[in-house]
Design a protein around this ligand. Structure first.
Ligand code: FDA
Length: 303
C-alpha cells in the first residue's frame, strides 16, 4: 500500500513540487545521489575506485518530453566520459542510461531518436574504454528497449541490458540474452506494474529472481547481480562459483557490505546517480524500503 502510494507519487507533478521544494529533503537525497554536477560524479567514482569498487554512473533524468532535453542528456554523458578519461578513471567504468531520458518517450519518432542518442553515448564510451548499460523502465518500454539493445550490440557487443525479476516475461528474455558477450544486469524491478505482467507477491518475485539467475549463471553471457538482498547475494555466490560475474548495488545502500564483497576479491559495481533530476529515482528508493522512508522522516523531524 505504502509502496504503491510512493510509486504513484514518483510520477505525480504535484508531489514532485512539494518534495523538491522542501529544503529538508536535500540531506536525505545526498545519501543516495552523488551530487549535481559532473565533477561530483568524478569525485565519487574516484573514492569508490580507491576502495576497490567499480562504478556504473547514471545522469539522472527520465520521461523526457522535449528533443532538446534528450540532446542535453547525451551531452552530459559525453562530458562525463571525457572527464573520467582525463582523470584516468574511464577504463572499466560503465554508464547506465535510461532510454526515456534520451527520447524513447517522445511521440512519433521516440524509438529512433533514443536509438540514435544511445549510439552517440556508446560511441563516446567506446572511445575511452568504458561500457554502457541500458536501464530498464516500466513494462511498456521493454520491447523497445530490447530492440534498441539488439541494434546497438551489432556495433557495440558489450552494451548491457537489465532484466526485472518481477516481470512474468523475464525468464524467456533471460534465455534469449544468456549468450556469448552479453552483459545482463538482473534486478527485482522498481516500477508499479499490473498483475497481468508482473508478480505482485515478494516471495514470487524473489523465486523468479533465483530462477532467472540460474539461467544467466548457466548461460554464456556475463551476469550482473543487482540486489542488496543478503539471501540473493549468498545464492549468487553459490551459483556463480568458478565463473565470471559481478555484484551490483546502489550508491548509499549497504556500503559496508559493498566494501566487504570488494575486499574478498569479487567484482562489486556501484550504481552512482548524479544530476539535479533526482526526484523519480529518490521516490523509488523510498518505496523500496520502509527504513529509507523512516530515515527521511526522521531527518525532516530533527531539523
Ligand atoms: P529488496 O528491496 O527486496 O530488499 C531485500 C533485502 O535487501 C532487505 O530485506 C534487506 O535485507 C536488504 N536491503 C534492501 N535495501 C536495503 C537498505 N537500504 N539498507 C539495508 N539493507 C537493505 N530497477 C529497475 O526497475 N530497472 C533498473 O534498470 C534498475 N537498475 C538497478 C541497478 C542496480 C545496480 C541496482 C542495485 C538496482 C537497480 N534497480 C533497477 C532497482 C531494483 O529493481 C530494486 O528496486 C532494488 O534493488 C531493491 O531490490 P533489492 O534486490 O535490493 O531487494
Amino acid at each position: 500500500m505504502l509502496r504503491t502510494s510512493l510509486l504513484a507519487a514518483a510520477r505525480s507533478p504535484l508531489a514532485r513540487k512539494v518534495v523538491e521544494r522542501s529544503p529538508l529533503t536535500k540531506p536525505v537525497v545526498n545519501r543516495f545521489v552523488a551530487g549535481a554536477e559532473t565533477p561530483d560524479a568524478v569525485e565519487v567514482t574516484r573514492a569508490l575506485r580507491d576502495s576497490g569498487r567499480a562504478v556504473t554512473i547514471d545522469y539522472l533524468g527520465e520521461d523526457t518530453t522535449e528533443v532538446s532535453d534528450a540532446t542535453h542528456t547525451v551531452k552530459a554523458y559525453v562530458e562525463l566520459l571525457s572527464a573520467l578519461s582525463e582523470q584516468g578513471l574511464a577504463a572499466g567504468a560503465d554508464v547506465s542510461v535510461k532510454l526515456s531520458a534520451v527520447g524513447q518517450a517522445l511521440p512519433g519518432d521516440g524509438h529512433r531518436i533514443a536509438l540514435d542518442n544511445a549510439r552517440l553515448i556508446a560511441d563516446a564510451a567506446a572511445g575511452v574504454g568504458a561500457t554502457l548499460t541500458l536501464d530498464m523502465e516500466d513494462h511498456t518500454t521493454t520491447d523497445s528497449t530490447l530492440d534498441i539493445l539488439a541494434d546497438l550490440r551489432a556495433d557495440f557487443p558489450w552494451v548491457g541490458a537489465v532484466l526485472q525479476a518481477y516481470l512474468r516475461r523475464t525468464e524467456g528474455d533471460a534465455r534469449d540474452l544468456a549468450t556469448v558477450g552479453s552483459r545482463v544486469r538482473l534486478c527485482k524491478g522498481a516500477y508499479k506494474e499490473p498483475a497481468s505482467v508482473a508478480y505482485q507477491d515478494k516471495a514470487e518475485v524473489d523465486g523468479n529472481y533465483v530462477r532467472v539467475m540460474r539461467i544467466l549463471m548457466q548461460g554464456d553471457g556475463y551476469p550482473m547481480i543487482a540486489s542488496h538482498d543478503p539471501r540473493i547475494i549468498s545464492i549468487a555466490g553459490d551459483l556463480g562459483a568458478g565463473r565470471e560475474f559481478e555484484y551490483q548495488m546502489l550508491y548509499g545502500i549497504r556500503p559496508r557490505e559493498q566494501e566487504t564483497i570488494a575486499r574478498r576479491g569479487d567484482t562489486m559495481r556501484v550504481y552512482v546517480p548524479y544530476g539535479v533530476q533526482w526526484y523519480g529515482y529518490f521516490m523509488r528508493r523510498l518505496a523500496e524500503r520502509p527504513a529509507n522512508l523512516a530515515f527521511f522522516l526522521r531527518a525532516m523531524a530533527t531539523r
